[in-house]
Design a protein around this ligand. Structure first.
Ligand SMILES: NC(=O)C1=CN([C@@H]2O[C@H](COP(=O)(O)OP(=O)(O)OC[C@H]3O[C@@H](n4cnc5c(N)ncnc54)[C@H](O)[C@@H]3O)[C@@H](O)[C@H]2O)C=CC1
Ligand SMILES: Nc1nc(=O)c2c([nH]1)NC[C@@H]1CN(c3ccc(C(=O)N[C@@H](CCC(=O)O)C(=O)O)cc3)CN21
Length: 288
């Protein structure tokens, strides 16, 4: 599913068709905590499950979790963080283990480590080395930033994505609470000659206090505060209780029906898997 809008006209009916398509087969992101297999038992059989890398746990924990998820029949997608890897040999080892486990896709990020641990300074370096090693998995994703990045200039982000597109198969947008920004990003990517399918990254059903705390950690706190102050786009965000992505996803569907080229949905579950899966079932019924 590369284009959700095929056959969907503009306006309400198109947005509805697109909403159903968006909700049809989302990816689920989890962190590689000790209970990750228990959490995954709430996911649909065979779902695509992406596994984050944190500087604290390192890439090995992510690879081990991906192996275990693949053994349970999930389409596991480990995040490989360039700055958390020591050298090419360590990368080769991880890629061999993943291939042996039947993992066919990875998501390549620079990583949140302030300094590179070794020879790989950023995502592009990792992409190139995977190819030089002859160990590129069949499918590779990279992140992108509709709301900008708190430490990286927009010009650098766009220039990088332009080059990365020749090494990647799709991009997932960073956590962003404004559907219009995501739609605008998809249009601007096309205008800049970037043809990668754009998968919209949205938060799952997450306790609001937890969502704010994690937004601070990953550098999107300003966006989270902005969302709170603007009812309409993501008005439920950070009010006491739970954030649900209904408004955000409806906004994305409307944008896609009006021409923004979105290829699917990536749910940042922050390990709140069960409530996110329950929300998805409910949202699908409402959109059918
Ligand atoms: N969007 C997402 O889903 C995810 C994003 N991230 C984080 O987003 C950040 C960027 O990752 P990628 O997009 O893979 O970028 P990247 O590592 O490929 O870097 C993109 C460009 O920005 C430069 N750069 C990187 N960090 C910088 C810094 N602190 N200051 C100035 N320039 C810098 C790089 O040299 C490169 O030219 C990282 O912190 C990464 O961990 C991590 C996981 C998931
Ligand atoms: N800069 C950046 N780094 C990331 O790692 C990242 C992004 N952006 N954007 C989107 C997602 C969100 N990410 C996250 C962040 C935290 C948890 C999380 O659940 N953290 C747990 C602890 C996990 C652990 O113990 O390893 C927590 O309670 O903080 C999950 C995914 C990963 N991704």
């Amino acid at each position: 599913m590369d284009h959700l809008t095929d056959g969907a006209g503009e306006g309400g009916a198109g947005a509805r068709t697109t909403l159903a398509a968006l909700l049809a087969d989302p990816r689920f992101e989890v962190a590689p905590t000790a209970d990750v297999l228990d959490l995954a038992s709430d996911l649909p059989a065979g779902a695509t499950v992406t596994v984050t890398t944190t500087p604290r746990r390192g890439v090995a924990a992510t690879v081990a979790a991906a192996e275990a998820l693949a053994a349970r029949g999930f389409a596991a997608v480990p995040h490989l963080a360039a700055r958390s890897l020591r050298d090419r040999a360590e990368l080769a080892e991880h890629l061999d283990r993943l291939a042996a486990a039947g993992v066919r896709e990875v998501f390549v990020v620079g990583g949140d480590a302030r300094e590179a641990a070794g020879q790989l300074p950023d995502g592009l370096a990792l992409l190139r080395v995977m190819e030089e090693l002859g160990r590129r998995p069949p499918r590779v994703g990279v992140p992108s930033y509709p709301d900008g990045h708190h430490r990286i200039d927009d010009d650098v982000l766009w220039a990088d994505l332009r080059v990365k597109q020749f090494h990647a198969d799709y991009t997932v947008t960073q956590l962003c609470f404004d559907a219009d920004l995501v739609g605008r990003f998809a249009r601007e990517a096309r205008a800049r000659g970037i043809d990668l399918p754009v998968i919209a990254g949205v938060p799952g059903v997450v306790d609001a206090a937890r969502l704010l705390r994690l937004s601070v950690r990953i550098g999107v706190a300003d966006a989270a505060r902005f969302a709170r102050s603007h009812r309409g786009t993501a008005g439920s965000l950070l009010r006491p209780g739970r954030h649900t992505p209904d408004e955000l996803v409806a906004g994305l569907a409307a944008g896609a029906a009006a021409g923004a080229d979105l290829a699917g949905l990536h749910l940042y579950t922050f390990n709140q898997v069960a409530p996110t899966v329950r929300w998805l079932s409910r949202a699908r019924r409402a959109a059918a």
